[in-house]
Design a protein around this ligand. Structure first.
Ligand code: DER
Length: 232
């Protein structure tokens, strides 16, 4: 099957396995999650489920509202039963690169508030080691006034280069839902991702990294043959 169909297979499997009545659900961002919200809305209607959704971006918020699902936030629901989100790449130990869509910060916050964090992805994201499939680097959200020193520090300490993400449909850099910039760190070789995540997070001006280490409980991969592979 094509990648889009594979995304749908993963999304439906995750929603059907993890969503039940009376849940608070974290809704991720990107294109794969669109299929999950479609399925979630269909089940809410058919089974009259009571579900409250907490978004991870303006995009997720729009998805929730478009489907007439109950919209809430972490002020009212700081503990979520489950969060479902996509990923740009998944390695053998379930370390993720996220942030291809620029929503990594709120995604990581919501994932961290969920009892269970479940990832949905097509086969292209299935990797042995970060960087093998995803070539755009690790996104790092930064305070705009700090992007140059942060970029220089990352390159000096960890190699490669951290490039300011420029917008396509707007002049100038991408501005996140949190009014920040994004650096895409094109790393050169495998790292101790747990250590690197912490070290980058500690650089003054860094808001969040797109490295999700030890957070995902399970990944549903939609495969080319139409099957769904689960990695725990
Ligand atoms: O930007 C993000 O973090 C998205 O969740 C990304 O990781 C997955 O986006 P996709 O489902 O469109 O590939």
């Amino acid at each position: 099957v094509m990648a889009e169909e594979a995304k749908k297979l993963a999304a439906y499997a995750a929603v059907d396995n993890h969503i039940q009545n009376n849940q608070i659900v974290g809704v991720g961002s990107g294109s794969t999650i669109v299929y999950a919200v479609d399925r979630l809305a269909e089940r809410v209607r058919q089974e009259k489920l009571k579900i409250i959704c907490v978004p991870t971006s303006f995009q997720a918020r729009q998805l929730i509202l478009k489907h007439g699902l109950s919209l809430s936030d972490l002020d009212r629901h700081p503990e979520l039963d489950v969060a479902i989100d996509g990923a740009d790449e998944v390695d053998a130990s379930l370390t993720l690169i996220k942030g291809g869509g620029g929503c990594l910060t709120q995604e990581k916050i919501v994932a961290g508030c969920a009892k269970h964090f479940v990832v949905i992805a097509d086969y292209r994201k299935d990797s042995k080691a970060l960087g093998q499939q995803w070539k755009k680097g690790v996104p790092v959200e930064v305070i705009p006034m700090a992007y140059v020193p942060v970029s220089r520090t990352i390159a000096r300490r960890f190699g490669g280069e951290a490039v300011l993400r420029m917008a396509v449909s707007k002049a100038g850099p991408v501005v996140t839902d949190n009014s920040n910039f994004i650096l895409d760190w094109k790393f050169e070789h495998a790292q101790n991702w747990k250590e690197v995540n912490t070290a980058i997070k500690m650089i003054p001006g860094v808001v969040e990294t797109g490295l999700f280490v030890g957070m995902a409980e399970r990944v549903y991969f939609g495969m080319e043959d139409g099957s769904v592979k689960i990695r725990d």
